[in-house]
Write a protein that binds this ligand. Structure first.
Ligand SMILES: [Zn+2]
Length: 203
C-alpha cells in the first residue's frame, strides 16, 4: 500500500475526536482541566498547537477535520498528530512515523476504532450543504459584514482583526466543503455576541 492509500484510510477511520480524547487530553491534563472537551455537546476545544484560555479550535465531525481560528492550524488526524507532537517535543514527526503511529495505536493496536455513528464521508458532507443552505448562510454572512462595517467605530481594532480572520477562515472552509452550514451558523452567532459585547463596552 502506498503512503497516500494509508493516509486515506487513516483520514477515514481515525477520528480527530478520538485522537484528542485518547492522546492529547491524557498528556495535557492541566491544560484541559478547565475546558475538558466533550464533543457530544460542543465542537470547540482548547487548541493543542498554541496555548490559550478560551477554546478557539473546533472539530468538524462530518469531514473528520479540525481547525483553529486562533493560529490557523488545522487539517486531518494526520496533521493533528504531526503538529501536536511538534509542539510537545519540538520536532515534527515524519509522515512515515505518523502513519505508523496512528495505524499501530488506533487500527492494529489494542484500540479498536469503532465507526463513529456521526462520521460521514466527505461526499455526504458535501450533500449535506445543499445549495439552498449555502445561499442562506451566504446571505447571513453578507448581512454580518454590513453590520460589522456599520459598527466599525465601536469595535476595538484587535477584536475587528480577530473577527475578520475568523470570517476569512469560514469562507475558505466553506469553499472547500470542509465546514457545515450549521457550524457556520454557530460561528455567526458567536461573532454577533462579540460585536454586542464591544458596542456595550463602548457606551
Ligand atoms: Zn491554535
Amino acid at each position: 500500500m502506498t503512503n497516500t492509500e494509508r493516509a486515506e484510510i487513516i483520514k477515514r477511520k481515525i477520528l480527530v475526536e478520538d485522537y484528542v480524547y485518547d492522546i492529547i487530553v491524557p498528556n495535557e491534563r492541566d491544560y484541559y482541566s478547565l475546558h475538558n472537551p466533550n464533543f457530544e455537546v460542543d465542537h470547540r476545544f482548547l487548541c493543542p498547537v498554541h496555548d490559550e484560555d478560551t477554546p478557539s479550535a473546533r472539530v468538524f465531525p462530518e469531514s473528520n477535520s479540525w481547525s483553529c481560528f486562533g493560529c490557523k492550524a488545522g487539517g486531518s488526524t494526520i496533521d493533528l498528530h504531526m503538529l501536536y507532537q511538534e509542539k510537545r517535543s519540538g520536532e515534527k514527526p515524519t509522515l512515515h512515523e505518523t502513519l505508523k503511529f496512528l495505524e499501530d495505536y488506533f487500527i492494529s493496536g489494542h484500540k479498536d476504532t469503532k465507526q463513529h455513528p456521526k462520521m460521514r464521508t466527505k461526499t455526504d458532507a458535501e450533500k449535506l450543504n445543499s445549495n439552498l443552505d449555502l445561499a442562506k448562510v451566504n446571505k447571513k454572512l453578507t448581512l454580518l459584514e454590513t453590520i460589522l462595517q456599520a459598527n466599525n467605530s465601536s469595535i476595538r481594532m484587535e477584536v475587528q482583526k480577530e473577527i475578520y480572520d475568523k470570517l476569512d477562515r469560514v469562507y475558505t472552509l466553506l469553499n472547500k466543503d470542509l465546514i457545515l452550514v450549521e457550524d457556520v451558523n454557530i460561528i455567526i452567532k458567536e461573532i454577533y455576541g462579540e460585536v454586542e459585547k464591544e458596542t456595550i463596552n463602548q457606551r
